[in-house]
Design a protein around this ligand. Structure first.
Ligand SMILES: [Zn+2]
Length: 228
């Protein structure tokens, strides 16, 4: 799954934890956690192990890794409860969005044998093109911007702050846009049949993401939402 999709779902998880437990730090923690498996595995698999594996979904895309993260989070739960939840939920969201159930060798590593060797000539070049040409990425980035503007808008300096206010005034358009793009991906998924798992996951993330934002409404009248 692409970058902004992971970032948005991380931001949404962090925002939900923030509303629930009151720690705004849960948002960046969940965002980094939601990217963590790629931050570990893409450089490791496609750069350092390019000659042997060239596979960007390895160690950090499995249950063993999330088990280690969960154990570490459990250890600090008393002092940093909200952040521990954000960390585990963020990493779990990455594995779900990547549809890792379709790759049991990696998911259950090392129980089912070694990682598979793959081939991605110019992985990072292709990744940049995929990022820039996916409509979903722009919708997800708008969603992240709404959450950031609602939570930190008043700390971003006058220029970014007024941009944030414009975005927040039109936030319901962003929620609607996310769901609209989600419907587009759903149609693509239905047309693509069994091979369109990625589109199906994307559409679920956009539809659920847009609906959750609509429900939580980060800029709405909540005691925690603005300026805390
Ligand atoms: Zn990944």
């Amino acid at each position: 799954m692409l970058l902004a999709c992971h970032l948005f779902i991380g931001a949404l998880i962090g925002y939900a934890v923030f509303r629930w437990k009151g720690s705004a730090l849960a948002i960046p923690v969940a965002m980094v956690a939601a990217l963590l498996p790629d931050l570990v595995d893409k450089p490791l698999g496609h750069l350092f192990l390019q000659d042997t594996l060239d596979n960007g979904r390895i160690f950090a895309h499995g249950l063993f890794f999330i088990g280690m993260i969960a154990a570490a989070s459990f250890a600090v739960r008393k002092k940093h409860g909200p952040l521990a939840i954000a960390l585990v939920a963020g990493v779990a969201s990455h594995l779900i969005l990547d549809g890792m159930w379709g790759n049991p060798t990696t998911l259950f590593w090392p129980l089912l044998g070694p990682f598979t060797q793959e081939q991605y000539p110019d992985y990072f070049g292709n990744a940049v093109v995929a990022e820039l040409t996916a409509p979903s990425e722009y919708a997800f980035m708008l969603g992240v911007a709404v959450i950031a503007a609602a939570v930190w808008g008043d700390r971003l300096g006058p220029r970014l702050s007024s941009l944030g206010n414009i975005l927040l005034r039109h936030r319901r358009i962003v929620y609607g846009l996310m769901m609209l793009v989600g419907v587009g991906y759903l149609i693509m998924a239905l047309a693509g049949g069994m091979g369109a798992q990625n589109e199906l996951i994307l559409s679920a993330a956009l539809l659920a993401g847009g609906a959750s934002l609509q429900y939580l409404d980060p800029a709405g009248p909540s005691p925690n939402a603005a300026g805390s």
